[in-house]
Design a binder for this molecule. Structure first.
Ligand SMILES: NC(=O)c1ccc[n+]([C@@H]2O[C@H](COP(=O)([O-])OP(=O)(O)OC[C@H]3O[C@@H](n4cnc5c(N)ncnc54)[C@H](OP(=O)(O)O)[C@@H]3O)[C@@H](O)[C@H]2O)c1
Length: 268
């Protein structure tokens, strides 16, 4: 028998909540009958092949039925969930909402803060998580199983790192889509049709992501390898490395991080 039984996701029919549910179900970590989702509307159309998943509009009913409760509502709606989850392990994937706030709004003592992404549905998410002091070793095992089912996961030391990953890996495709769009735009402005440019660049990102993920080399080592090869790519990379592009990317990421420091406050 799995050590994880009865998982509930408040906001479980939303973009991220349902993606996590799909990852967990596809992994076989729990049976659909052991999974609960809640929302305000009673919407159950997303369930599809997983029609045995329990749907409720009463968050407390979900809490009472589950050992692990995942919170996945928009940060400004945290105050609307109205639960007492003091006996549950509460796991929040909400951007910018601190453990202290989660404690205040749920009555829980054992709290996990995590980040994930809608890529969990394809089991391709990266999900970092951290815990407060009350979370037991056995519960950490459960959390690892849940997020491993959604892709790759790591326990990280503190909430600040969750905020950093909210920016880096939470938005999929997010910043990567921006780089892809710049490349499509470059191609179109030089006479390639938008359709062909899009097809080519999407294939490039699929191949690049797959090759880098399967390689033992770091992204920086890939760049250096291309520079050492001294071909056409090296000419472009050397110019880009001398440009302010890296600093501009860091600045954009810093602005997104700053937003994580205020977005959760809207729930108070
Ligand atoms: N989407 C992403 O790419 C992403 C990435 C990283 C982190 N996140 C985080 O994930 C959380 C959810 O985001 P999302 O994009 O999945 O939002 P979403 O698609 O708008 O889904 C929100 C869900 O919450 C439900 N909901 C709202 N108020 C509720 C309440 N009082 N009780 C029960 N259910 C309630 C909604 O259903 P009803 O309207 O029917 O109530 C819906 O199912 C956010 O905190 C966000 O910061 C999202």
């Amino acid at each position: 028998m799995s050590i994880v039984q009865n998982i509930g996701v408040i906001g479980g029919t939303g973009q991220l909540g349902w993606a996590i549910v799909q990852g967990v179900l596809a992994d076989g970590l729990v049976a659909p009958k052991e999974l609960w989702v809640s929302n305000r509307s009673g919407k159950s159309s997303v369930l599809g092949e997983w029609s045995e998943v329990n749907v409720t509009t009463c968050n407390q009913e979900l809490v009472d039925a589950c050992q692990v409760v995942i919170l996945s509502v928009p940060p400004h709606l945290l105050s609307t969930i109205q639960i007492n989850a003091k006996d549950c392990l509460v796991v929040s994937v909400m951007a910018g909402v601190s453990i202290e706030m989660i404690k205040r709004h749920t009555g829980a003592n054992r709290i996990v803060r995590a980040m994930s992404s809608p890529a969990a549905a394809q089991r391709l998410a990266y999900s970092p998580w951290c815990v407060n002091a009350q979370v037991t070793d056995k519960e950490r095992e459960k959390v690892a199983l849940i997020f491993d089912a959604c892709g790759l996961a790591d326990q990280v030391p503190d909430e600040d790192q969750i905020d950093r990953f909210t920016v880096l890996t939470g938005p999929v495709p997010g910043f990567v889509a921006f780089y892809a769009d710049c490349m499509v735009d470059y191609a179109v402005k030089r006479g390639i049709s938008h359709e062909v440019a899009k097809r080519a660049i999407l294939q490039l990102f699929l191949a690049s992501g797959t090759l880098m993920a399967q390689s033992t080399m770091s992204p920086g080592e890939h760049v250096q390898q291309m520079i050492d090869y001294s071909g056409t790519t090296a000419a472009g990379l050397e110019t880009m490395k001398k440009s302010p592009i890296a600093a501009d990317i860091a600045h954009g990421l810093d602005m997104a991080y700053n937003k994580t420091q205020t977005i959760g406050g809207q729930s108070d």
